[in-house]
Write a protein that binds this ligand. Structure first.
Ligand SMILES: NC(=O)c1ccc[n+]([C@@H]2O[C@H](COP(=O)([O-])OP(=O)(O)OC[C@H]3O[C@@H](n4cnc5c(N)ncnc54)[C@H](OP(=O)(O)O)[C@@H]3O)[C@@H](O)[C@H]2O)c1
Length: 371
């Protein structure tokens, strides 16, 4: 008989005890932890609507799911936007929900079919954009393919800043544009988390990288291996950047950056914006009308740019990708993929943290710590 240590309550249980108490899991702390603290969003609004509740139910694990004891969860722009009502056409009927995509922590229990992760293991990962039970909680539930072993060389706080941003960049550059050694990549908005992850992924793939950013990010971007960093406030991007690119990742996605990005592409190149209009059109017109309008707009642009510029136009979205997360973990472990954390808050100060992001008082990543 093996003995397994519960990482959170420091008690040893035998395999037999676990499985007889909780047959749906190979091992399970779930049998003993049925509720936990979580930051609940009861309705849309400002930071003041966020409620740290003490006894939020932890649902049963499905066979492919993992219960993670959270140590750190990072704040993404999606969290503050969701809190304010972005995606209401999807999320409103599902309120109250729990915000948060990124997590770093320890495996507390695994579903019956989980093969690659074990109780007590340190992991990091990210939920997909439409998950309704997010990670701002003592215990979060992610599927096995949304998690990977945490890089041992970095802390939980550092690890929690990486997965959602890096997987968004991975989806665009690797899955969509299929960047390859020797290609030229332009990242619009290289100072942000997704842009900075994209620069590092492209450099690791052997690409020549140019990025636009604010003046405070130039040194960081050049140190990460970009060949050129252009200050979008003081420089004329169209004059400063020379030559054409095989892929443009536009994290800003306003009409001006879209125009510039498209004009910088070689024929056959890929323009990818993170600001796809599906959610905002669905919010404005309802899912039934908004999504067909979004599809029509996307198809029109794809057709138009293929005809006028010979390029591929995409709205790209973060998606769980176990191969991508594994590569992200490998690069992070090797010190080749970092997302600097600007400030941490205890989870009890989640309102203050959201307010600071809303008011743009903290330019970089903010992480919430769970004790
Ligand atoms: N589609 C998806 O699935 C998906 C996934 C993740 C994120 N997103 C979206 O992508 C955007 C970026 O996310 P993030 O996590 O990287 O946010 P972030 O870390 O807050 O970064 C935003 C950065 O944008 C830069 N910026 C603003 N205006 C710019 C301009 N005109 N040119 C160049 N840079 C500019 C600023 O950089 P400086 O400090 O250098 O000025 C800022 O740091 C957000 O709007 C987010 O909602 C979408």
């Amino acid at each position: 008989m093996r003995f397994l240590r519960s990482p959170s309550i420091g008690v040893w249980f035998s395999d037999a005890n676990y499985s007889s108490l909780c047959p749906s899991m190979k091992v399970g702390l779930r049998c003993f932890v049925t509720t936990c603290r979580a930051v609940v969003l009861p309705h849309f609004g400002g930071p003041e609507v966020l409620e740290l509740r003490p006894n939020v139910n932890i649902p049963d694990l499905k066979p492919n799911e993992v219960l993670v004891r959270a140590r750190a969860v990072s704040i993404n722009p999606l969290d503050t936007r969701m809190r304010s009502g972005y995606g209401r056409s999807i999320f409103e009927p599902l309120l109250p929900l729990i915000l948060g995509r990124d997590i770093s922590g320890e495996v507390a229990a695994v579903g019956a079919s989980v093969r690659t992760l074990n109780v007590g293991q340190e992991v990091f990962g990210a939920l997909h954009p439409t998950a309704i039970r997010g990670t701002y909680a003592d215990y979060a539930i992610l599927s096995e393919d949304e998690l990977a072993p945490k890089p041992v060389s970095i802390t939980h706080v550092e690890a929690s800043a990486i997965p959602f941003a890096a997987l968004t960049a991975w989806r665009a550059l690797k899955s969509t544009a299929r960047i390859a050694d020797g290609q030229r990549v332009l990242v619009v908005g290289g100072g942000g988390a997704v842009g900075f992850a994209a620069i590092q992924l492209a450099v690791a793939a052997g690409c020549h990288v140019t990025a636009t950013c604010g003046s405070q990010s130039i040194d960081k971007i050049l140190a990460a291996g970009a060949e050129q960093a252009v200050d979008y406030i003081v420089e004329d991007i169209e004059l400063a950047i020379k030559g054409k690119f095989d892929a443009v990742l536009d994290t800003i996605g306003v009409p001006e950056t879209e125009r510039v990005g498209i004009n910088f592409l070689n024929r056959g190149g890929h323009y990818m914006t993170l600001q796809g209009e599906a959610a905002s059109l669905a919010d404005r017109y309802g899912l039934g009308v908004g999504l067909p309008i979004a599809t029509a707009i996307l198809l029109k642009k794809q057709f138009q740019y293929r005809y006028s510029h010979g390029i591929e136009y995409w709205w790209t979205y973060m998606r769980a990708d176990s191969e991508g997360l594994d590569e992200v973990r490998r690069l992070s472990e090797a010190g080749k993929l970092k997302i600097p954390v600007e400030k941490t808050f205890p989870i009890a100060q989640v309102r203050e943290a959201h307010e600071a992001k809303d008011k743009k008082q903290i330019p970089g990543k903010v992480v919430l710590e769970l004790d």
